[in-house]
Structures are given as structure tokens and as C-alpha cells.
Design a protein around this ligand. Structure first.
Ligand SMILES: [Cu+2]
Length: 139
């Protein structure tokens, strides 16, 4: 009985993950407060995330018009499978506690940064709520 329950919960979870992407409210926007495109910075780099028209909630908490930030480092949004949750890698960082800034240690040279705001299941909104992709140079 317990196994059956576990199996059915697994089924429900996979069903939920395959659910349609949520619509982002009109006018919602995600952007970098800092750094700015073209900045030359000395590491470690503090990155501050901006958000307009939506709220932040921790991952796993379903609440209308909220989500959490994801930071793509040297990664393009086109590399994400949009019908699946945003993966977590060393270059795709989740801020599932609702954080709005982080500090990155990057190798010297050029790096790109881009934010993707996603829902409580780490699924991108439709249309994708993404920031401008910025390039910074770490000295
Ligand atoms: Cu996430």
C-alpha cells in the first residue's frame, strides 16, 4: 500500500513537471541591478538581481505571480529545454531560497551573465522571463 502511494505520488510529480508553463504577467521584467553590460570588475563579483511586476517565493512554494531567480554563467538561454525544469549545474545557479544577489568567483577574462526567472517548479515562464545577456570582464 505504501509502495502504491509512493508510485502514485511519483506519477503526480512527473505529471506536475510536464504541466504547461505558467504565463508571466504582462510587463514583468527581470534585469541586472549590477554589474552592467561591459563592466570591468575585480573578482569576486557581487551580482544583484532586479525584478519588476512579480514577486519572489522560495522554490516549491506555489503562489500566484511569483518565482525565483536563476543565473546563467557563460550559458545561453537557448541551451535550456523550456519544457523541462531549469537544470542545476555549476553554470546554471538556482536561488530557490528567494535570494536576490550572489557573489561569484570567476576566472579572469570575459564572462556572460543572464537571468532567467522561473516558477516554483523551476520551470521557465511563457514567454520566457529573461534578462539582457551581459558581458563583463574580470580583471
Ligand atoms: Cu530553480
Amino acid at each position: 500500500m505504501r509502495l502504491l502511494l509512493a508510485l502514485s505520488m511519483g506519477f503526480l510529480a512527473s505529471f506536475a513537471l510536464a504541466a504547461d508553463r505558467m504565463a508571466a504577467p504582462a510587463g514583468a521584467e527581470v534585469y541586472f541591478i549590477s554589474p552592467h553590460d561591459g563592466d570591468k570588475v575585480t573578482g569576486p563579483v557581487t551580482v544583484r538581481f532586479g525584478l519588476k511586476g512579480m514577486g519572489i517565493a522560495p522554490a516549491g512554494i506555489k503562489f500566484d505571480n511569483t518565482g525565483h531567480h536563476h543565473l546563467l554563467v557563460d550559458t545561453d538561454v537557448s541551451e535550456l529545454k523550456l519544457d523541462a525544469p531549469v537544470p542545476a549545474t555549476d553554470k546554471i545557479l538556482h536561488f530557490g531560497k528567494g535570494q536576490t544577489e550572489t557573489t561569484l568567483t570567476l576566472t579572469p577574462g570575459k564572462h556572460t551573465l543572464q537571468l532567467v526567472f522561473a516558477d516554483y517548479l523551476h520551470q521557465a515562464f511563457d514567454p520566457v522571463l529573461q534578462s539582457q545577456k551581459i558581458t563583463i570582464t574580470v580583471k
